[in-house]
Write a protein that binds this ligand. Structure first.
Ligand SMILES: Nc1ncnc2c1ncn2[C@@H]1O[C@H](COP(=O)(O)OP(=O)(O)O)[C@@H](O)[C@H]1O
Ligand SMILES: [Mg+2]
Length: 288
C-alpha cells in the first residue's frame, strides 16, 4: 500500500503540468483610488496537449488572467509556472490571441498570418512558406492575397488563429475567439477548431463565456464565479474527441452543463435530487 502511494506521489511530483497557476490575485487601482478586484485567488493547471476551457461571465477577470499568464501583466500575488518553473519567461513562450482579431488592414491574409513570425525575426520568405502550409487546413486557400478588410468575420478569425498558431511554442491562449461572430459562423468555426485541433497537437487554454462552447471543445473545464473571479468548479468532460451539438443532449453532458451554469452564477453545485443542505456541505467539501 505504502509503496503504491509513494509511487503515485512521485509520479504527481515529476509530471509537472505545462502550466500551473497558483493563488493568483489581481486588483486594478483607478486614478481616483477606486479598486476593482478582478481575480481572487485563482488556481488551475493545463497539461501538455490538453485543451482546457475557462468559462466565466463577462467581467469576471478572464482576460486579466490570460494577460497574466502571457506575461503581459503581473499578479498582485500568486504564481504562474511553466513546466514547474515559476521564473520561466512567459512572454514569447506563451502565445495569446486577443478577443478582437486585430488584423492589420493594409496587409493581405498571408501578410497578417506571418506578422507574429516576423516579430520573432523569421525572414519573410520563410514565414510565408510556413503560413502557406497552414492555409489549406484553415480553409484559406485562394485568399492569401485578399486584404484584411475584404475577408469575412470567420476568415479574419482563422487568419488571426493561424498567426497565433504559427508562433506557438508551448501554450496557446485563446480569448473568446468566437465571441464577435454571428451564430452560424461561430458554429462553423467551432466545428472547424474541434477538427483541426488533433492535427495541430497544441496545448490550449480557451476562455469563453459560453458553456456550450466549452462543452463542445474542451477536455477539461474550469468555471469562474462573477467578479472577482475565483474557480468555482473543475470538471473533466466525459466525452473525448470532436463533439457536435447533438452530443450536448446526452444525459452526462446535460448534467455537466447544469452544474457549470449553477457554478457560474456563484451558486453551490447541487445535484438535482439532493436536499439543499447536503448539497451545500458536499460543495464545500469538494471545493478544497
Ligand atoms: N486595465 C484595467 N484597469 C482597470 N480595471 C480593469 C482593467 N482591465 C480590466 N479591468 C476590470 O477588471 C474586471 C475584469 O475584467 P476582464 O479581465 O476584462 O474580464 P472578462 O475578460 O472576464 O470580461 C472588469 O471589472 C474590468 O472592468
Ligand atoms: Mg475578456
Amino acid at each position: 500500500m505504502a509503496s503504491l502511494r509513494e509511487s503515485a506521489a512521485l509520479s504527481v511530483a515529476t509530471a509537472e503540468p505545462l502550466l500551473r497557476v497558483s493563488d493568483v490575485r489581481k486588483t486594478y487601482k483607478g486614478p481616483h483610488g477606486e479598486r476593482t478586484e478582478a481575480l481572487a485567488n485563482v488556481s488551475l493547471t493545463v497539461a501538455s496537449g490538453e485543451l482546457v476551457a475557462l468559462v466565466g461571465p463577462s467581467g469576471c477577470g478572464k482576460t486579466t488572467l490570460l494577460a497574466i499568464i502571457a506575461g503581459l501583466e503581473e499578479p498582485d500575488s500568486g504564481e504562474v509556472a511553466l513546466r514547474g518553473d515559476p521564473g520561466a519567461r512567459r512572454l514569447g513562450q506563451v502565445s495569446y490571441m486577443p478577443q478582437r482579431d486585430l488584423l492589420l488592414p493594409w496587409r493581405d491574409a498571408l501578410g497578417n498570418a506571418i506578422a507574429g513570425l516576423q516579430v520573432q525575426g523569421v525572414p519573410r520568405a520563410e514565414a510565408e512558406r510556413r503560413a502557406r502550409g497552414l492555409f489549406a487546413a484553415f480553409g484559406l486557400s485562394g485568399f492569401e492575397r485578399a486584404f484584411a478588410p475584404t475577408l469575412s468575420g470567420g476568415m479574419r478569425q482563422r487568419v488571426a488563429f493561424a498567426r497565433t498558431a504559427l508562433v506557438t511554442r508551448d501554450l496557446m491562449l485563446l480569448d473568446e475567439p468566437f465571441g464577435a461572430l454571428d451564430a452560424l459562423t461561430r458554429a462553423e468555426l467551432r466545428r472547424w477548431l474541434a477538427e483541426i485541433w488533433g492535427k495541430l497537437g497544441a496545448t490550449c487554454l480557451l476562455v469563453t463565456h459560453d458553456v456550450d462552447e466549452a462543452l463542445l471543445l474542451a477536455d477539461r473545464i474550469y468555471a469562474l464565479t462573477p467578479r472577482p473571479g475565483r474557480v468555482a468548479l473543475e470538471r473533466t468532460v466525459p466525452l473525448s474527441g470532436p463533439r457536435d451539438l447533438a452530443d450536448l443532449a446526452r444525459p452526462e453532458m446535460a448534467a455537466l452543463k447544469a452544474e457549470l451554469l449553477a457554478a457560474l452564477e456563484g451558486e453551490p453545485a447541487i445535484p438535482p435530487h439532493t436536499p439543499a443542505i447536503q448539497g451545500r456541505e458536499a460543495e464545500q467539501g469538494g471545493a478544497r
